[in-house]
Every structure is written in C-alpha cells, then in structure tokens.
Design a protein around this ligand. Sequence first.
Ligand code: TXA
Ligand code: MG
Length: 332
Amino acid sequence: MKTEVLQLNDESVVRAAELIRAGYPVAFPTETVYGLGVSAYSKEGVFRVFEAKGRPSDNPLIVHVGRKEDIEKAARTVTPLAKELIDAFMPGPITVVLDKRADISSAATAGLDTVGVRIPVHEGARKLLIACGVPVAAPSANTSSRPSPTCAEHVLEDIGGKIPMILDGGSCSVGIESTVVDARGEIPIILRQGMITAEDIARVVGEVRLSDGVTDIVRSPGVKYRHYAPKCEAILHVGADAECVNRFVAKKVQEGKIPVVICESAFAKEVKGARVLDIGTGVEYTANFYAALRKAEKLGDFVIVQNRFEGKGAGALYNRATKACSQNFLKA
Ligand code: TXA
Ligand code: MG
C-alpha cells in the first residue's frame, strides 16, 4: 500500500476524516505522540490498526474525541471524579478510564467494559477529530514495542506501506504518552504516568493512587508488554557520574561496540569516547527522548541513557527510560 504523507491542513483533514470514518487508519499528530486513528465504531478498522502495529489484541486502544460534549459518545457514565479531571485537565495530555458505551467496538477496548477517553490539546488533532464526527480509537502510531513516534518520519519508518495516510503536523511538544487515570471510583488511580503528574491531580481532587503496574495489571494491560525499546542494547544511568559512564563507554569500545550516550546538556561535555546526543534538560529532554532513541540506534549499537530525573514529569520519563533500557542500570 502506498502511504501518502500530507501536511495537516483543512483540505487533508477532510480526506483523513473520510478514511477514518470508513475504517481506514490514518496517523495524526497530538501534543504527546503521533496516533494511528480509526473509527471506534468500526471493528474491521480497529483490526487494521492492530495489524499495522503488530499489537497484541489484548491491549486496549484509547478513544479520542475533539470536544468535551463528545466524551459521552465513548463513556456510558461520567463519574463526579471524572468531571473534575475533565474540567481541570482536558483538553490535554490525560486519558480517563470510564465505563464504556456499548456502541464502541469491543475490539478497540480489547474486550474490556471500560474505555480510555482523551481530548488532545493539539489544535490540528482536534480539528481532525471534530471533522471525523465519530469517536476515534488511536494507539501510538509506532510498531508495537518500538519508541513512540514524535514526528511523521518516525511513523513512516515503522508503518509506512501499511496505512494509507499520515498527517504531518511537525514534532510533538510533550513527547511522551498521556497520563492514564482510572476515574470510575472515588479515588483516581494512575495507570500510566505522564506529564500531568500525581501532584497535579492531587492538587485538584485530593487523594490519588499510583498503580504499581503489577497488582493492577488487568486494569491497564498495556503496561506488561515490552515498550519503547531501540533496536540495540540500552542501559540507564540515573545520575551524572561521568567517570562511571566513561569507564563503561571504554569497556564497550574495547568489546568492539559503538556506544552512543543520550544525555542532559550539562553532562554532554563530560562524555569521552562515545557519540553524544545532547537532548536538553527537563521537559525539553522528555520531548526529545524517543527521537533520540531512534537516532542512537542508527549511529551506534549500544545506547547509554543518562538523566538525573528531577523536576516536572521526571517520574513519567523514568518509567519510559527504564522500559526502553529493559531495566538495565549502570551504577557507579
Ligand atoms: O498520549 C497518548 O495517550 C497517545 C496519543 C496517540 O493519544 N496514545 C497512546 O496509546 O499512547 P497507546 O495505545 O500506545 O497506549 C494506551 C495505553 C495502554 O497502556 C493501554 O493499556 C491503556 O492506555 N488503556 C487503554 N484503554 C484502557 C482501558 N480501558 N483500561 C485501562 N487501560 C487502558
Ligand atoms: Mg503505545
């Protein structure tokens, strides 16, 4: 299949919405990562999305809508807790899990009777979703287990030839996926961390729980799979110990490897003997992280990820980085 890559504009949005409504997946930008969207009413369409990504069929998709009044097209009931979260954080990088409406395809929710609902703040994404007029099931537009795509080229690299269209809206500003919150009860349970943090949520609703990803595994099936991984081996250094990193780099070079260090700006000049990807600090680092993993696997064959994990969203980034590095840690 030929994959058309079009600039996101009024004209391309109309064509994309037609495809999505007819059950053909289109990749589109959001503020978090690129999504691969299809009508949440279309079982065949949802199968096409799973197929293009190579995604396990027991991992549910998030359903996207363009406006608050459309949330009820996906969710059967909006709890008082969900209302508070919606008022405080939507549109934005958050997904609330609620009871599902019967007409949302159960293929999209992997057979669960709940649905994750999200309104992106990205203007182009919302334009598209409103043009679709139907709730849009959309996972991240990467091949399953790869780093999520933060620009149109990443989508093309992974699933080009498998989908009819990609809408190009430039790079994603947040760069990691939305916070997923179970809002069915009285206390919100964070199932996946994101840039809207537990502190942000606690400030609005008081108490909040963070799922440990083990006992709550059935609540968010996605968390059990391998995720965000580059094609080569990767290791995580939590901190800024240059001696430790450089010793490790030298060892890898001796083994005949080509090490690449992804690091914070202040650490970049400390690195010796490796290719260095300085991707900024704080939220800038987070926005560049997935792109850096994709770049690093092309530049070398062993990735060392350095970060001190401080400041806003550090917990979410730590969660992605540990998974990208398959829980391998480089300690002093
Ligand atoms: O920022 C995002 O959320 C992006 C953009 C495209 O919106 N989407 C995204 O989708 O990251 P995906 O499919 O890559 O990740 C969805 C996550 C998975 O961990 C999945 O298990 C969880 O959300 N999820 C979806 N529906 C759920 C539900 N009904 N109950 C619990 N977890 C759910
Ligand atoms: Mg994903």
